[in-house]
Write a protein that binds this ligand. Structure first.
Ligand code: ADP
Length: 156
């Protein structure tokens, strides 16, 4: 079965990567979907975000795509029956519940499944990474090794 993991990934963190690896061991194929959301102000371009994810993971059953519009429509277009999301804390739950319910209303054949964050990544977000890097801090334990220097150089 094919699943998609939509998000902003500005940039990908070790928390995202952990979800991707775990999802790839459950599903036949996982498409990481960088959703172009004009309402979100991103630091990295869609292409930069795609390149960073591709550099971070090389698994035959993981692909990276850029999408826009409604996630369920994109999921349908690529033949994914499952939308994967991650939950770090109760604070994520409310937003995720709203999104998943809206998506269910749009298409009840597409299910949203949640992976809970590992405790060591439960505080980790793209915003935390950006804030630390912008202020000269060390992000090497927070993002995939292959892209740590790239992020540091871009943001410092
Ligand atoms: P979005 O803007 O769509 O929330 P993000 O890139 O911030 O995109 O996150 C994509 C998904 O990954 C969300 O479901 C989010 O809760 C989840 N996520 C983000 N960081 C982590 C983490 N450290 N551990 C587990 N899941 C995470």
């Amino acid at each position: 079965m094919k699943a998609c993991y939509p998000g902003t990934f500005d940039p990908i963190t070790k928390g995202h990567l952990d979800i991707i690896v775990r999802a790839a061991s459950v599903f036949d194929e996982v498409v990481v979907l960088i959703m172009n959301n004009p309402r979100k102000k991103c630091v990295f371009s869609l292409e930069e975000r795609k390149e960073m994810i591709e550099k971070s993971i090389s698994k035959d059953n993981v692909k990276v795509e850029i999408g826009e519009g409604l996630t369920v429509e994109y999921a349908k277009k690529i033949g994914a029956k499952v939308i994967i999301r991650g939950i770090r804390a109760v604070s994520d739950y409310e937003y995720e519940l709203q999104q998943a319910t809206a998506n269910l209303m749009l298409d009840e054949k597409i299910e949203t499944l949640f992976f809970i964050a590992k405790p060591k990544y439960s505080f980790l977000s793209s915003s935390v990474v950006k804030e630390i890097a912008e202020n000269g801090g060390d992000i090497s334990s927070l993002v995939p090794l292959e892209i740590a220097d790239y992020i540091t150089n871009k943001l410092s």
